[in-house]
Write a protein that binds this ligand. Structure first.
Ligand SMILES: [Zn+2]
Ligand SMILES: [Zn+2]
Length: 149
């Protein structure tokens, strides 16, 4: 984290404004069932930003605990999906679309490609991981209790 990495963003209505310090602008598209719901139509595109995110006024942030290990944060006023936050590490994945400027962002990975709805696909050249591959790489335990990330 450093000032050089500083990026700002906010929700549609402007009630939530934040600053984040991502180490890279390479982001992931997740096609799991939860992310498809949360995004309202397609994959959830998120940039990993580490645990340090400065929020100007968090009173408008709603928090939904979507699994044992993560929460979804959204604006209570306008509904914009803002953050995916890991409970254990406090690290954030931030919705790509809420940054003020994402011109140099690049999609490099896709998760849950085997559960993606068949009616759309991205043409980006990415590393593609199935549900099983994502769980093998990241899940604390693969006990079948959680079907999504
Ligand atoms: Zn808002
Ligand atoms: Zn997902």
């Amino acid at each position: 984290m450093g000032e050089a990495n500083k990026l700002s963003g906010g929700c549609l209505c402007g009630a939530v404004r934040f600053t984040a310090f991502p180490e890279t602008h390479n982001y992931t598209a997740c096609h799991c069932d939860m992310c498809t719901k949360v995004s309202g139509g397609t994959a959830y595109l998120s940039l990993h930003c580490g645990p340090t995110v400065k929020i100007e006024d968090d009173r408008q942030i709603g928090i939904y605990s979507s699994s044992d290990w993560a929460e979804r944060h959204f604006c209570k006023n306008c509904g914009t999906p803002l953050f995916y936050k890991f409970k254990k590490t406090g690290e954030y994945g931030i919705s790509v679309g809420v940054f003020d400027n994402s011109d140099d962002f690049e999609m490099v990975t896709q998760y849950f490609t085997d559960t993606k709805p068949a009616h759309y696909s991205f043409s980006n050249e990415t590393k593609n991981m199935t549900r099983a591959e994502v769980f093998a790489a990241f899940a604390p335990s693969n006990d079948g209790a959680a079907n999504n990330v």
